[in-house]
Design a protein around this ligand. Structure first.
Ligand SMILES: C[S@@+](CC[C@H](N)C(=O)[O-])C[C@H]1O[C@@H](n2cnc3c(N)ncnc32)[C@H](O)[C@@H]1O
Length: 407
């Protein structure tokens, strides 16, 4: 054996061992994508395997323009495959121009998406090259653009009013002088408008959200580095869905956001984590609330809006809400029961079953027909990131209830 072959042999042997581990792993462990293996070998700092992870969301915002242009190119390819006569008709009704307007809309949205990614890179010191993204990730970015409308546009005021009003009325029952000592948790806070509204009433509010697709957009709207005035950002959030549109003006309309300039403050904190991992807020952990009007550890209110049905395990979710409330604390819920599909949810309960479970876990639900009309259960007809101009409306008959953790 020559001297030069020895190091080569060493290198091959050194590579063999990790390769064996990977191959054995793929044989005996549940399936995992090769991108995860690559990520392991290249030493990515943050796991991209979680569908809502920071790296994945950051990369998706960064690549929104690229992925969307691919979508536009596919639509163009589909269109040009029709025959000459139909192309002529298409030209007459202006369809090629429509496809161009779609690309212009993508450019406009890309400005916002790229700025969201840039702020994330700055705030989290992200140096990694973006990870792989796909059409599902693109869908999540597009979804968050529609949340700009729901949470932070004048156009969304109609949708918000229906769902926020019942919740805020309960919180407004608390005398103003007592609010600064009360803690409110908003799990699954999305782009944070409800949590912000609650903090504006004077409560110490924590918004909890585990999807960085949501929180990066929220940070962008709340940061003085990126948002300095009302209606500063202009997006075309409906441009991606050509179905159910009465006109191209409706499809490509521009929406400005935010309608008010929000900021984080001593009264409003964002927790970017899984709600199921939260622990009690103790008096030490929230020193500003030492003079609290509330008693004992735990939140005074937990507010869930379009949240409980996103649970993989509804039993854990309701138990966690119970655990996090102080004795006598109040849970306010408003939302539908749209369980995660494909048997992801451990149990898919009816409303009757949910209400039974709520009581079994130890809540007392405010009854209808009682003295407190504000807290009485009600069915609220409402929408979720709807397009008010579309030819199709999805109306939820969401359920509102107020439940107290027995002292
Ligand atoms: C249907 S959306 C509703 C968002 C917001 N409440 C609204 O009404 O616009 C549910 C949100 O809950 C978040 N979520 C679901 N499970 C969560 C958990 N265990 N911890 C934190 N956030 C969660 C999702 O990422 C999503 O943003």
């Amino acid at each position: 054996m020559t001297e030069s072959t020895v190091p080569i042999l060493d290198i091959l042997l050194a590579l063999l061992f990790p390769l064996l581990i990977v191959l054995v792993g793929r044989r005996f462990l549940p399936p995992f994508p090769w991108s995860d293996v690559r990520q392991l070998l290249t030493g990515f700092r943050i796991s991209t395997s979680h569908p809502f992870s920071l790296t994945r969301a950051y990369s998706s915002y960064l690549k929104y323009g690229l992925l969307s242009k691919q979508e536009a190119a596919a639509m163009e390819r589909s269109y040009v495959s029709i025959g000459r006569a139909h192309k002529h008709l298409g030209f007459k009704i202006g369809y090629p121009r429509k496809l161009n307007r779609f690309k212009e809309a993508i450019d406009r949205n890309t400005a916002t998406a790229t700025a969201i990614a840039a702020l994330a890179a700055q705030e989290f010191s992200l140096e990694d090259t973006p990870c792989e993204t796909n059409q599902t990730d693109l869908g999540r970015v597009r979804e968050s653009l529609k949340h700009f409308v729901r949470d932070w546009s004048e156009e969304g005021a109609r949708e918000r009013d229906k769902i926020f009003r019942p919740i805020l009325r309960v919180l407004e029952q608390v005398p103003v002088s007592e609010r600064a000592g009360m803690r409110v948790l908003v799990p699954g806070s999305g782009l944070g408008r409800l949590a912000w509204e609650i903090s504006q009433l004077g409560f110490i509010t924590k918004a909890v959200e585990f999807s960085y697709f949501m929180t990066l957009a929220m940070r962008f709207l709340f940061s003085p580095d990126t948002t300095t005035k009302a209606n500063q950002h202009h997006i075309q959030p409906f441009a991606h869905w050509f179905s159910h549109q009465r006109s191209n003006e409706a499809l490509f309309r521009t929406v400005a956001a935010p309608d008010v300039v929000p900021r984080f403050s001593s009264r409003l904190e964002l927790i970017e984590d899984d709600f199921l991992k939260l622990r009690h807020p103790t008096r030490d952990a929230t020193s500003s609330t030492d003079s609290s009007a509330s008693s004992g550890p735990g939140y005074d209110f937990i507010v869930t809006l379009f949240f409980v049905d996103t649970s993989i395990n509804i039993f854990s979710t309701i138990e966690k809400i119970y655990y996090l409330l102080r004795p006598g604390g109040v849970w306010i819920n408003l939302g539908p029961l749209l369980w995660p599909g494909s048997a992801q949810a451990k149990a898919e309960l009816s409303l009757d079953e949910v209400m039974h479970l709520v009581q079994e876990i130890g809540f007392s639900v405010c009854p209808s027909g009682g003295t407190d009309e504000v807290r009485a259960p009600q069915t609220v007809e409402c929408e979720y990131t709807s397009d008010k101009n579309a030819m199709m409306r999805w109306i939820y008959r969401a359920e509102f209830w107020v439940a107290t953790k027995e002292p």
